[in-house]
Design a protein around this ligand. Sequence first.
Ligand code: DAH
Length: 328
Amino acid sequence: MENLKKELSNAKTTQDLDNIKSKWLGKKSELKAKFDDLKNIPAEKRQEVGAELNTQRVKIEEMIENTKSEIQKHILNEKLSNDNFDMTLPGIGISTGALHPVSVIEEKCIAALRRLGFIPVSGPEVEEPKYNFDLLDIPPHHPARDMQDTFWIKHEELLPRTHTTSVQSRYMMSLNGDESKLPVKIVSPGRVYRNEAVDTQHLAIFNQFEGLWVGHDVKLSELKGTLEFILHEIYGPTVKVRFKPKYYPYTEPSIGADINLGDGWWTIVGAGMVSPQVMKNFGFDPDKVSGFAFGFGTSRLAGQFTGASMRELYGMDLRVFKNIKGVK
Ligand code: DAH
């Protein structure tokens, strides 16, 4: 053991230690030979000698391990003292992620609508003009087609949808005029694209979500109640809501809803009763079937909710995000 101690005190590297280990515990070690010799020891003493050898083995292992951690510590210290590494500097914090404000609003609205029995559906972002315009009573050359400046693809055969109202058309057309499939209560969030001049409040890409309720005897009062319900879910009961007349080619009558939280009125939703012509286009008899639809500006809601401009909301600058209300 004294010899081992001396050898260990001379060891400088982990390689030295490996050599010591194999000398003292390896196949050719004295200890191994003693273990092999156990079979020649009289049976009554074998257990005692075996136990003693085991104690020795454990002790040697311990001594080697201890020296190993000392050597490693020493190597690390050497390295650190030769390095320009300042152990006292504060570490780099890990910040946790959070949902984007648009997603937060979207989820709140969808949760509220689910409680009213609406189910989420989705539609393609690259759309045919038929679903985005024609079925909604916006024929080519109709001035309303210019109301939403369009990015056309492939000589006007396709377009990135200008509103989520296209999902209404797709969903209604999938029913093939089958009245037994009514009522329809769907909600469809997503991105929309407009060829707009970009400024702090207008972007070429933003988010909307669409709602549609079609059935028998669906009334305007239910539309107003539904919109108020969603707004109260988001902003609480104190939010002021006002309705105003609007024009959309696919609804008759059409309305808009504004909200006021003490910082002026914000228009955040367009809506109305599905027009008889559109109902016919969808394959249903407007004398028997009625419905309402609405399109919320999710981005506007998120802007209103957080106080961020559209550019900040979609800018993905984390420094801005950390400072906006409701997002941490
Ligand atoms: N599509 C409209 C827009 O993008 C919003 C809208 C208005 C949707 C009336 C509707 C609706 O479903 O009935 O501004």
